[in-house]
Design a protein around this ligand. Structure first.
Ligand code: DGL
Length: 270
């Protein structure tokens, strides 16, 4: 039994979709969420910058006494997971391996698509993980840099002509490859699941990387007998830019009322 909180971080608000899944499957756990809203987006940045940001995010989160950390950011998971794991002495779960295991497990035609940020796709981390698991799988990756700003603007509903046009254009080459499984490799994308699902059709299964990472975190804690026995957990929000901006959109990502204090911190001091 371990009553300490789980740390979750992302470049901004998108990681709240992973926190939402953690809350769903581990409602008794306390969560400390940090969103680096002052420096979002991470998805178009180079590896050195990403490493610097990731280390600062971790140092801030580790100012709390945590039992584990979930990197709810596809871009950091693909570029910095190994570095963070080697520098920290607590379990750190990224989104890549759990999502790849799920996708490889459900793909019938052995043709998988991946949509993610530019930095995630350029890292090749998903392809490497798929190759390790099943070299026979054919993987088709695509960077979709317009998805994040559209979601941040709340343009994610079916019927919104702007997001539907962008999604149709992005997805066409992947669908032409005959994929039957599509990894939504960025934590903003679950909010586009309906739009993407309608365009891709019922034949294509969608994999939510945040949900898979949440499941992996639960399995890890259960295996180490480190789940809490508290009745009800809580979530604490921290952000590097204005708290009111965080609060305005947080409920959309979290799927529940994000009421409660949001603490603004200066991440450059970590
Ligand atoms: N959270 C990032 C990810 O999952 C997307 C937003 C960004 O580019 O920072 O890759």
């Amino acid at each position: 039994m371990d009553q300490r909180p789980i740390g979750v971080f992302d470049s901004g608000l998108g990681g709240l979709t992973a926190a939402r899944q953690l809350r769903r499957i581990l409602p008794s756990e306390n969560i400390i969420y940090f969103g680096d809203t002052a420096r979002v987006p991470y998805g178009n940045r180079g590896r050195e910058t990403l490493l610097k940001y990731a280390r600062q995010d971790m140092r801030f989160l580790r100012s709390f006494d945590l039992k584990a950390v979930v990197i709810a950011c596809g871009t950091i998971s693909t570029n910095c997971l190994e570095a963070l794991q080697s520098e920290n002495d607590i379990p750190i779960v990224g989104v890549v391996e759990p999502a790849v295991r799920r996708a490889a497990g459900i793909s019938r035609r052995r043709r998988v698509g991946l949509v993610a940020t530019r930095a995630s796709v350029n890292s090749g981390a998903y392809e490497r993980a798929f190759r390790r698991l099943d070299p026979e799988l054919s993987v088709h990756s695509l960077a979709c840099p317009l998805f994040v700003p559209l979601v941040e603007e709340g343009r994610c509903q079916p019927g919104d002509i702007v997001v539907e046009t962008v999604a149709r254009e992005y997805l066409a080459p992947l669908l032409a490859e005959g994929i039957d499984t599509l990894v939504l490799g960025c934590t903003h994308y679950p909010l586009l699941a309906e739009v993407i699902g309608e365009i891709a059709g019922e034949d294509v299964a969608l994999v939510d990387v945040g949900a898979e990472a949440a499941g992996a975190c639960r399995d890890l804690l259960a295996a180490g007998d480190a789940l809490t026995d508290r009745k009800e957990g809580s979530i604490t929000f921290c952000t590097s830019d204005r708290a009111v901006d965080f609060q305005r959109l947080a409920s959309l990502f979290l799927g529940e009322d994000a009421a409660g204090p949001v603490q603004q911190i200066d991440i450059t001091g970590y």
